[in-house]
Design a protein around this ligand. Structure first.
Ligand SMILES: [Fe+2]
Length: 142
C-alpha cells in the first residue's frame, strides 16, 4: 500500500482549487478494472482500480493505492492521471517509477522527449509515501 499525493499548481506556484484529479491503474496482477468486465477472473475484486479527488484551496490531492506493476504491452509500471479544471481542457499524463528497469523498454516512456521531461513524470516509489506535484502549463487571465 502506498500513499500517493501532491499538489496541482499553476506555473507561478499558486495552488489550483477545485481541480478534479482522477487516477487509474492495473491491479497487482496487471489487470485493468475494465478488463475484468470481459470475463477476466484474475482481477483483484478488492482493488478499485481508480480514484477521484477534488482539490481544496491548498491544491492538494491524496490517494491510497498500490505500487503499479508492468502489464502486457507496457514494461514501465505507471499510474494514469487526468486533471479537470473549470477553466481549461482536461489534461492527462502518466506517473512512472523513477529508475524502474522496465522504463527503458517501454514504447511510451521512450517517446518522452528527454531525460528532464522523463524526470518530471517520474517519482520515487522506494517508500510508502509517493509525492507527485503537477504544474499546469498556463496561468489563467485575471
Ligand atoms: Fe496503462
Amino acid at each position: 500500500m502506498i500513499s500517493l499525493g501532491g499538489k496541482i499548481l499553476f506555473p507561478n506556484g499558486t495552488p489550483v482549487r477545485g481541480a478534479e484529479v482522477e487516477i487509474w491503474q492495473v491491479d497487482a496482477n496487471g489487470i485493468y478494472q475494465k478488463m475484468a468486465t470481459n470475463g477476466d477472473a484474475k482481477m483483484d475484486p478488492n482493488f478499485q482500480g481508480y480514484g477521484r479527488f477534488e482539490t481544496a484551496s491548498n491544491g492538494e490531492y491524496r490517494f491510497r493505492t498500490i505500487q503499479p506493476v508492468p502489464y502486457r504491452g507496457r514494461s514501465a509500471p505507471h499510474i494514469h492521471f487526468k486533471i479537470r479544471t473549470k477553466s481549461h481542457q482536461p489534461w492527462t499524463t502518466q506517473l512512472f517509477i523513477a529508475g524502474h528497469p522496465g522504463n527503458a523498454r517501454d514504447f511510451l516512456y521512450r517517446k518522452i522527449g528527454d531525460e528532464a521531461a522523463r524526470q518530471r513524470v517520474s517519482a520515487d516509489f522506494s517508500s510508502s509515501k509517493v509525492s507527485f506535484d503537477i504544474v499546469l502549463g498556463w496561468t489563467p487571465q485575471d
